[in-house]
Design a protein around this ligand. Structure first.
Ligand code: PMP
Ligand code: G9A
Length: 405
């Protein structure tokens, strides 16, 4: 057996700071059959349009084989970009294909943004809590985070202003605000319109960019649509991220960024060395799905399934969870966020939950600078209706035991 290489000698300073994702690590475990998983943000596989995609892939190969299997431009397939730009109107965003970059998932977009904008020691403003995959992308480029608490209407703008003021006073280099304004991951809350305008005003006043990440906006079960933060952008400081992961299939890794020049051009240059281009074949497939009106019909069927699941989860929480716990009542998206009595540490009770074959994501993973020890994120889109009830019941038992002890 050869000696293992002393890897630490070789890692870059950047790599040394990279952290494993609690979501990604848990995925392996929760894919075991008998676990009821409220952990990963997985779409329900019953929504995957397998039959339609069979037909479309055959059509793409027959009609566009030579282009669809070839390298494409770094920006992405032009017709797909045009269709995406047109769709952005529903969120109040006026843009053209020249503003659209196709990416291999929004996760790639988060990585590209970090690469283009973050130097070691720069600051990013994030929600407390915020999406772990975003936090880890920023951390990988050695950025620090400034956290701003959320309430039922999303990020608190009074506190955002306070933090921006403080950062300016201390001479910290804040590059951007990272926001998931609609059906936030993990908290499920939505930034109201007044706050969206306010975020833009503050970004202009303090001269920072805004990264708006919107994977869940199309999955609304209640209430009216809201304009994107990007809709209020006056000077090209908002970069918008959208994805097909939650409305078509994450396995296609199809997503997009909307940006204005000169940011757009720099991101393209960074992408050239990241992946040359996003999977061309998948772009043709996703475009065909969009073009034929299948996407809108499909989203309606996903909403139908998920709104039932959300109702079942909320009813189960109402019935079984301790009365002194609080949980969000999301009007869309894929997650409920629970705040338990202070005494309950969700990291500590996690092994007990696993013993009862139920899993969640510990809330503290979503707090960039600590906190949230008594919180947890519950995904309601992946388990069957019956298992949602059973899982909440088991989780309640674990929590109630902890409260007694
Ligand atoms: N941003 C947020 C807020 C997410 O919740 C996710 C996935 N759950 C992503 C980005 C990444 O999505 P994808 O790479 O599949 O587009
Ligand atoms: O599986 C992933 O990492 C994507 C889902 C993200 C999440 O659970 O927030």
């Amino acid at each position: 057996m050869p000696m293992a290489v002393d890897a630490e000698n070789f890692y870059s300073e950047r790599a040394k700071k990279m952290r494993a994702s609690e979501i990604r690590e848990l995925l392996k475990l929760t894919q075991e059959k008998d676990i009821i998983s409220f952990a990963g943000g997985l779409p329900n596989p019953l929504t995957f349009p397998v039959e339609e995609l069979k037909e479309i892939t055959r059509k793409v190969l027959e009609e566009h084989g030579s282009m669809a299997l070839q390298y494409g431009t770094t920006e992405g397939y032009i017709k797909f970009r045009e269709a995406i730009a047109a769709r952005m109107k529903r969120w109040g965003v006026n843009c053209t294909a020249e503003n659209v970059i196709i990416t291999g998932g929004s996760q790639e977009a988060l990585d590209l943004i970090s690469k283009v904008f973050l130097d070691p020691g720069d600051y990013v403003i994030v929600g407390a809590p915020s999406y772990l995959g975003g936090l880890n992308a920023f951390r990988a480029f050695e950025a620090n985070m400034i956290t701003v608490p959320l309430d039922e209407n999303g990020m608190r703008m009074d506190l955002l202003e306070e933090k921006l003021k403080e950062a300016r006073k201390k001479g910290l280099r804040v590059k951007f605000i990272y926001t998931i304004p609609t059906f936030q991951n993990p908290a499920g809350v939505t930034l109201n319109e007044e706050r969206r305008r306010c975020m833009i005003d503050l970004a202009e006043e303090y001269d920072v960019l805004v990264v708006e990440d919107n994977p869940y906006g199309e999955l609304r079960y209640e209430g009216d649509d809201v304009n994107a933060v990007k809709a209020y952008d006056n000077d090209g400081r908002v970069i918008y991220l959208g994805t097909f992961s939650k409305i078509l299939a994450p396995g296609l890794r199809m997503a997009f960024m909307i940006a204005d020049d000169p940011l757009y051009r720099k991101i393209i240059i960074a992408k050239q060395s990241e992946d040359l281009c996003t999977a061309t074949f998948n772009q043709y497939v996703a475009y065909e799905f969009m073009k034929n009106g299948l996407l809108d019909k499909h989203i309606q069927s996903i909403i139908k399934m998920y709104s039932v699941k959300r109702r079942i989860m909320l009813d189960s929480l109402d019935e079984y969870f301790p009365k002194d716990a609080w949980w969000s009542r999301p009007k869309g998206g894929m997650f409920c966020w629970a705040v338990l009595p202070e005494k309950v540490n969700t990291v500590k009770i996690f092994p007990k939950a696993l013993k009862k074959k139920v899993a969640y994501i510990v809330g503290s993973a979503f707090f960039a600078n600590g906190g949230g020890e008594n919180t947890m994120r519950l995904n309601f889109t992946h388990p069957t209706d019956e298992l949602i009830v059973e899982g909440v019941k088991r989780l309640s038992e674990v929590i109630k035991e902890e409260l007694k002890g």
